[in-house]
Design a protein around this ligand. Structure first.
Ligand code: HEC
Ligand code: HEC
Length: 320
């Protein structure tokens, strides 16, 4: 009798433990229905893409048990959601022909640059790495698309791709070394990852601008602590010439890049220039602006009207 009770107790405990463990596994992502499996793309191309890209760019995600572990699950879920949002081969019919072509050329670029599939994914799925011959197969197919019935395609996309690829090929060896500003400030290479603070348009210069902030600046905005801005905050402004959108005359959109300029807050280090380090880089070559340090005077003079706002014009826009 006693022995039976203890077995029952043991069973109950084990099943409880199993339950707890299983409940720790996270649901990652479900697979929505497939509306079109990569259209009428030839089977050889489909199978390459299926093997290397479908886990994140289709509704046929195959999850391994370890993808469901806490911590890993949220990362995987994010990848799948983001990946599907950008390209979903299972909903190929939802894209216009033009979009499909753009996606295909984009794919080729990402694959040739080894950006896709992502490196950390390949680490756990080594068999998804594309071989050179698979890359060639993709390239031959995509570049030849204008000859394939069903795609009445414009050479434009192809030319644009070829040019972009050629530029990339030519420049990849050249180590891009951006010179420091004459006041010793190095170019903040990671500015592309910053968040948008606001945007503006100069009627007198016909230029569009986006104002960006690094993490410290964004946190300061969230906490409403921007007068003065905290040390470590960096504000950036990126400026483009304007042009009319070729598909919608009334829309003004950015064309050539004019310059990027930055204000680096450090009340001690830059005490002599009102607590900000000022710097600007011109054109896509990102040539430092100014002959010598004295250029900062021109920045300061023009920012003087907003002295009582810690020399910053921009009021952060609302992102509800
Ligand atoms: C582990 C998941 C994963 C796999 C596998 C994967 N991708 Fe991606 N892919 C992503 C994510 C996530 C993004 C969005 C990245 C971002 O916006 O920063 C993306 C973006 C892209 C983009 C850019 C789309 C755009 O409009 O910006 C292309 C093109 C692309 N992937 C192609 C491929 C191809 C081709 C393969 C297979 C050879 C592949 N990907 C495999 C996760 C993945
Ligand atoms: C002719 C006047 C003028 C000069 C010169 C000038 N700025 Fe500005 N700056 C502005 C105005 C106006 C804004 C507001 C946003 C806009 O231009 O769209 C601004 C905005 C900025 C911003 C975004 C943060 C803010 O204050 O709104 C940065 C960063 C910036 N300028 C850096 C510089 C640097 C660095 C220099 C010197 C190399 C400089 N500026 C010279 C007028 C000027």
């Amino acid at each position: 009798m006693r022995k039976r009770t203890s077995i029952v107790v043991l069973l109950v405990i084990t099943s409880l433990l199993t339950l707890i463990l299983v409940s720790q596994l996270r649901t990652v992502s479900t697979n929505p229905p497939i509306t079109s499996d990569f259209g009428n793309t030839p089977e050889n191309i489909k199978s390459i893409v299926r093997n290397s890209c479908y886990d994140c760019h289709s509704n046929e995600t195959q999850l391994e048990w370890f993808h469901k572990l806490p911590f890993i699950a949220s990362r995987v879920k994010e990848d799948i959601e983001k990946g599907r949002e950008k390209i979903n081969f299972s909903e190929w019919d939802q894209y216009s022909e033009k979009e499909q072509i753009t996606i295909l050329f984009n794919m080729l670029t990402k694959v040739k640059k080894d950006i896709m599939p992502p490196e950390d994914y390949l680490f756990v799925h080594p068999s998804s790495k594309l071989t050179d011959s698979q890359k060639e197969e993709l390239e031959t197919y995509i570049k030849g698309l204008d000859n394939i019935s069903g795609y009445s395609i414009n050479m434009d996309g192809q030319k644009r791709y070829e040019k972009a690829y050629q530029n990339w090929e030519e420049n990849k060896e050249k180590e891009k070394k951006i010179e420091k500003s004459p006041n010793g400030i190095p170019f903040p290479e990671d500015y592309r990852k910053w968040k948008v603070v606001s945007s503006s348009y100069r009627l007198d210069h016909h230029t569009l601008r986006v104002i960006l902030g690094n993490d410290v600046a964004i946190e300061a905005i969230d906490n409403n602590e921007t007068n003065p801005w905290p040390d470590g905050a960096i504000l950036g402004k990126v400026v483009w010439e304007q042009r009319n959108d070729e598909n919608w005359e009334a829309a003004i959109v950015p064309s050539s890049f004019v310059h990027a300029e930055f204000m680096f807050k450090d009340s001690k280090k830059y005490g002599s220039t009102h607590g900000w380090g000022w710097a600007r880089w011109l054109g896509t070559e990102l040539t430092p602006f100014g002959q010598d340090e004295s250029f900062t005077q021109s920045c300061i003079e023009c920012h003087l009207p907003v002295k009582n706002r810690d020399y910053v014009f921009t009021t952060p826009s609302i992102f509800p």
